[in-house]
Design a binder for this molecule. Sequence first.
Ligand SMILES: C[S@@+](CC[C@H](N)C(=O)[O-])C[C@H]1O[C@@H](n2cnc3c(N)ncnc32)[C@H](O)[C@@H]1O
Length: 216
Amino acid sequence: MLRRLMFAGYERQLNRAYRRRLASKGSTAQGVFWRSQSSQFARFDTLLALVHQLRGHQPTSIADIGCGYGAMLDFIKASSTFQHIKYQGVDINRAMIAACRQKFPHQTDRFSTGNRPSGIVDFCLFSGTFNLTHSDDPALWNDYIFTCLDRCMAKTRYGLILNLLCTPKAQIQKQIFYANRAAFVQRAEAYFGPTHAQSTRDVPGDVSFVITRKFL
Ligand SMILES: C[S@@+](CC[C@H](N)C(=O)[O-])C[C@H]1O[C@@H](n2cnc3c(N)ncnc32)[C@H](O)[C@@H]1O
């Protein structure tokens, strides 16, 4: 109960921070705290390439959890490799979802406010969703992440694909969470099933994880 309240408090603070940032920087990589569009796109490329490795050219549905202003949909549309991917975007921040709908006025129903997919999808993807935190306790933030992942796994056919910044010891520095790669894999395997980690190409310190259900 206390933890639920703490987690709700984190989300309130996140919502305020992202709303202010979007208002000042607009629908840009900087508007969701990325350093540059190239690091934002390099992350998308790695996550989507992992989907592609698992599913090849079969039609595949994904939910982009923490979709921000919808940049991943732009990336998918511009790429010839990912045309078989059916996209939906979800974000806890209403201002972000309003920005998505403004950006894609003919596809507003692809976007929803919340923290899980609206129906069952093949994969949930998370890019940068858990980097910013208002917690000062890395263990508690890690618990928050697993609570979010668990909720999404319940709506996912095959698995979860996410990125996190990693350092040798889990820590929070200047409101950014850094996971310990091996400990994260170990916990994900214990909670969910086989988990693969790889360094995100062209993004130093960033690691992409694939967490599969035991039967995949
Ligand atoms: C760093 S931004 C990244 C946005 C987008 N993925 C991109 O790369 O452009 C993180 C986004 O995740 C959203 N977010 C944070 N925690 C979330 C959660 N538990 N469920 C859904 N969205 C969340 C935030 O509101 C924010 O829009």
